[in-house]
Design a protein around this ligand. Structure first.
Ligand code: CLF
Ligand code: SF4
Length: 411
């Protein structure tokens, strides 16, 4: 296997257990409007909605890279994954690459894009030192694409609906072919949208393979609030895996995507960005006092950061929050809700067992949780929070939902 593939945690099936990546959020602008995207959030094509990121300048990116490199082992890839589109901000991306490659000639550069500007920048990408590119291609048919994209802003002119989709698709496919022919390792992300492109994904997989893509990453749509698709039902994991399985007949599949943040750092399954975050979000604290006592079940691997998906937790840390003090009072083993590629559904017994183990807890805090278990836990009387922060901040922020008193930012 090519070392460039092995050392990339997203492109390799095994490298993600060893190699870390660091995303640099230098690209705030976007040049298209996907119907599932709200601009207050990160680019949904490569990450998940609901998390805003700091924006860095190229110089700040270099400083942060140097700090992270000291502390994160096997940091092999620098990725550009939003919060907007990397090619709508390509000058900043290029400058960042120039600065970081000067400091570390070994690190690989990975760029994620909606592909609109690929025909214009593909040659520069090839010459810039970027080795890996991800293009999100949700349709190769203008009618289907017209349902997914509201508009594109292409070279100063706005196009809408099917006309927009046609230009975007043409540029994506042309760019993919150009890059793949020049040994850039290309992955295609496909956001699977129920009843819209769900039945079209196999066709996309065949096409992008023919153009030289190395693998596809078929991702769950995570509907963002205040978007046209906010009420679109998510595909079940079972259905998603059926589609992936069919597509694996044409092209290699990625199964370990974490739909991570635009400022993610570390191994894919163990994000450490909170350790390196600036701003006030990591320093939120309550200055009010209260006498209430709450017990929280927290999905954390180390008692420091809420870094676990609910479905993968085997042990919850249990905290008591009283009089503004947080105390670890227990650790409780639970059956793992999601044990493989196919079987995260229909786990009524598991939820009953987990709910019983956590019965004294008012709330469950995890980095992510699927819609099914979330609804079941809520039905069982728990408050459920998706939160990525330190355990301490997560508990304080979640406790707002009980007390309805705003937290105070110390910055
Ligand atoms: Fe980042 Fe994306 Fe490069 Fe990976 S992420 S820019 S290809 S270095 Fe990876 Fe994260 Fe999934 Fe992306 S797990 S969201 S596929
Ligand atoms: Fe949003 Fe990304 Fe689509 Fe741009 S490409 S509209 S940032 S999801």
């Amino acid at each position: 296997m090519s070392i460039k593939i092995h050392k990339h945690p997203c492109f390799s099936d095994t490298g993600h257990k060893i190699y870390a990546r660091m995303h640099l959020p230098v690209a705030p602008a976007c040049n298209i409007q996907c119907n599932y995207c709200h601009r207050d959030y990160d680019c949904v094509n490569e990450s998940r909605p609901g998390v805003t990121s700091e924006i860095l300048t190229p110089g700040q990116s270099l400083d942060k890279f140097l700090k992270v490199k000291e502390k994160v082992q096997n940091l092999s890839v620098i990725g550009f994954a939003g919060p907007g589109d990397a090619l709508a901000n390509f000058d900043k991306v290029k400058k960042t690459i120039e600065l970081i490659s000067g400091a570390d000639p070994e690190v690989l550069f990975c760029l994620s894009t909606n592909g609109l500007m690929l025909p214009h920048y593909a040659e520069e990408i090839v010459n810039s030192g970027i080795t890996h590119v991800t293009i999100t291609i949700n349709a190769i048919d203008r009618v289907i694409g017209g349902k997914i994209y509201e508009y594109i802003n292409y070279r100063g002119k706005v196009y809408t609906g099917e006309e927009a989709a046609e230009i975007l698709i043409k540029n994506q496919l042309q760019g993919l072919k150009y890059l793949a022919e020049r040994d850039i390792i290309c992955k295609v992300n496909i956001v699977a949208i129920k009843d819209i492109n769900e039945g079209h994904i196999e066709e996309i997989a065949k096409k992008v393979k023919a153009l030289g893509a190395f693998k596809t990453n078929i991702m769950q749509l995570i509907p963002a609030p205040n978007t046209k698709f906010e009420n679109v039902e998510m595909l079940s994991n079972k259905r998603l895996n059926e589609i992936r399985k069919k597509c694996s007949g044409y092209i290699s599949q990625m199964y370990h995507c974490r739909q991570c943040r635009a400022d993610a750092i570390g191994l894919l399954h163990r994000d450490r960005s909170v350790e390196f975050r600036g701003g006030c979000s990591s320093r939120v604290s309550r200055k009010t006092s209260r006498e209430d006592i709450y017990v929280f079940a927290v999905a954390t691997s180390d008692g420091k950061i809420i870094d676990q998906h609910f479905g993968q937790v085997e042990e919850f840390f249990i905290y008591k929050f009283a009089n503004n003090k947080i105390e670890l009072i227990d650790k409780r083993k639970v059956p793992r809700y999601c044990t493989g590629k196919e079987d995260c559904e229909d786990k009524k017994d598991y939820i009953i067992s987990i709910a019983d183990t956590l019965k004294d807890c008012a709330a469950v805090l995890s980095m992510r949780i699927g819609s099914e278990p979330k609804a079941k836990l809520k039905n069982a009387g728990f408050k459920v929070f998706e939160i990525y922060d330190t355990v301490q901040n997560g508990i304080i922020r979640s406790s707002e939902a009980f007390a309805e008193i705003p937290a105070v930012c110390e910055a």
